[in-house]
Design a protein around this ligand. Structure first.
Ligand code: SF4
Ligand code: SF4
Length: 468
């Protein structure tokens, strides 16, 4: 029989022993990251018939979008934010910069819960307008810019009294860290205090933790980057210990793990942003939307809207017949934001209906607390939406198993996310004190929300609908 405690103990011992050498791993990843981002700019552009094995730009693109993005997102289910703590070159560079930087106190606007969400929206929309998943220049601008910000934030912010580097970027701004943090709540790994103290603040800029977790108060996974700096295997009462747990248990018991309305909003908005970022390429509806906005702008006399927008903001590839103008920039951005807003409204209403019906069935808590908890049921659907929408390049290689295999892989992934979301809804209602028979009615709006997300992903999974 598998002994989870012994496995967790072995993981602790291995990584604590390995920790002094982590810097070398970061240097290797940093150099590899530089090569993947910038070498394609100096190599030949891909031509028809090239593959990732014959052209370095395609290779680099596939590593980033076909492997790194979707697999790191999915990895949080098995290893938490190990990417952040053990491998990520941007986070490591930020921490290096903070050790020798100005160590200014982290300002309020950076500490706001809004900051990573705004950063996610900006990067995701910019990624679409600039073609980050298609063009080597776009990839260099978006990831190069993100790396520069991570280093700058590290250089500026830290804590003068702490001897350890801090990662203000990772804790407060990084859009990838935001995703990994939210979904790490569903994962099977957690770091828990050996001696928990509950009457102290969760956040501290002093101490050993680079993401400002007050380790003795730690009760949620999302900000822990698994750097192992607070793990002392030989000391029974000091620091944190690694534990393996049932997948999704932190969400099933979310009220004990500092639930946050901004996270819930992200699940709603994240699905919509991913949908908007995918669907503008496929739906006729987007072209009609662009036409209406374009005609309206011309009627206002805004002729500049037809001028090409700068290459750091949009895709500018005349040799490929793709040069976006200001109209494209505004329309793609607005279309994605509209999808995000629309999804947020629909899922807020389904969650509100669940929370209301649960209350009618005599569930515990207030309408708001039930809404907050039930909003977390969409975490799995949001995760698979982002993998299918923004990490779509993971799937084409499945065609070695047959032409239908990529679509089947997406269907299976979405179905797993769907079933998990429904299960979480069921368990959250149980946690609110409802017996099984009373959970069915409040569960229905949550299921409806996941079904609507599935219908919206129809085009992504099965391709455009052609009416003969
Ligand atoms: S939060 Fe972002 S920059 Fe920081 S380690 Fe994670 S992915 Fe890298
Ligand atoms: S809680 Fe511990 S393992 Fe997690 S990020 Fe902080 S110091 Fe690293």
């Amino acid at each position: 029989m598998i002994n989870a405690t012994r496995i967790a103990g072995a993981i602790e011992v291995f990584f604590v022993r390995f920790r002094p050498y982590l810097g070398y791993l970061h240097i290797v990843f940093f150099l590899y990251f530089m090569v993947l981002l910038f070498l394609p700019l100096a190599t030949d552009a891909a031509v028809l018939g090239d593959t990732p094995l014959s052209n370095f730009a395609l290779f680099s693109n596939y590593v980033m979008w076909g492997l790194w993005f979707p697999l790191v997102l999915l990895s949080v289910l098995f290893t938490g934010r190990s990417w952040c703590g053990l491998m990520c070159p941007m986070g490591a560079a930020s921490e290096w910069a903070s050790k020798s930087g100005l160590k200014k106190s982290i300002p309020w606007w950076l500490r706001s819960e809004w900051t990573p969400h705004v950063s996610f929206l900006i990067i995701t929309v910019l990624g679409q307008t600039i073609g980050v998943r298609e063009h080597r220049e776009g990839m260099a601008i978006v990831f190069g810019g993100t790396l520069a910000c991570a280093i700058l934030f590290g250089f500026l912010y830290g804590n003068a009294e702490a001897h350890h580097g801090k990662r203000a970027w990772c804790r407060h701004t990084c859009p990838i860290g935001l995703l990994l943090g939210l979904f790490s709540r569903m994962g099977i790994v957690q770091f828990t205090p050996k001696r928990k103290v509950i009457n102290i603040a969760r956040y501290t800029e002093r101490g050993v933790c680079p993401t400002m977790i007050n380790i003795n108060r730690k009760d949620e996974s999302r900000h822990c980057i698994e750097c192992f700096k607070c793990v002392y295997p030989g000391k029974p009462t000091a620091g944190l210990k690694v534990e393996l747990r049932k997948p999704g248990i932190e969400i099933e018991t979310i009220r004990e793990h500092n639930p946050n309305i901004m996270e819930v909003m992200f699940f709603f908005i994240g699905i919509g942003t991913a949908l908007g970022g995918f669907l503008w390429l496929f739906l006729e509806q987007y072209q009609a939307f662009r036409q209406i906005i374009g005609e309206w702008a011309l009627n206002q006399g805004w002729l500049w809207i037809g001028n090409p927008a700068p290459g750091w903001l949009v895709s500018a590839h005349p040799e490929l017949g793709e040069t976006f103008n200001w109209l494209d920039f505004f329309c793609i951005s607005a279309y994605m934001i509209l999808w995000a807003f629309g999804t947020c409204v629909v899922l807020s209403l389904t969650t509100l209906a669940s929370a209301f019906l649960a209350g009618e069935a005599k569930a515990g808590g207030t309408l708001y607390s039930r809404f907050l908890e039930l909003g977390y049921q969409y975490a799995p659907v949001c995760l698979v939406s982002l993998v299918i929408g923004l990490g779509a390049k993971l799937f084409p290689p499945f065609d070695v198993f047959g032409p239908q295999a990529p679509d089947i892989a997406k269907e299976v992934l979405f179905s797993l996310g769907f079933v998990w979301s429904v299960w979480l809804g069921w368990r959250l209602l149980a946690g609110q004190g409802l017996p099984p028979a009373e959970r069915v009615l409040p569960l229905i709006p949550g299921v409806l929300g996941s079904v609507l997300a599935g219908i919206s992903w129809w085009v992504a999974i099965f391709g455009p609908i052609v009416i003969e």
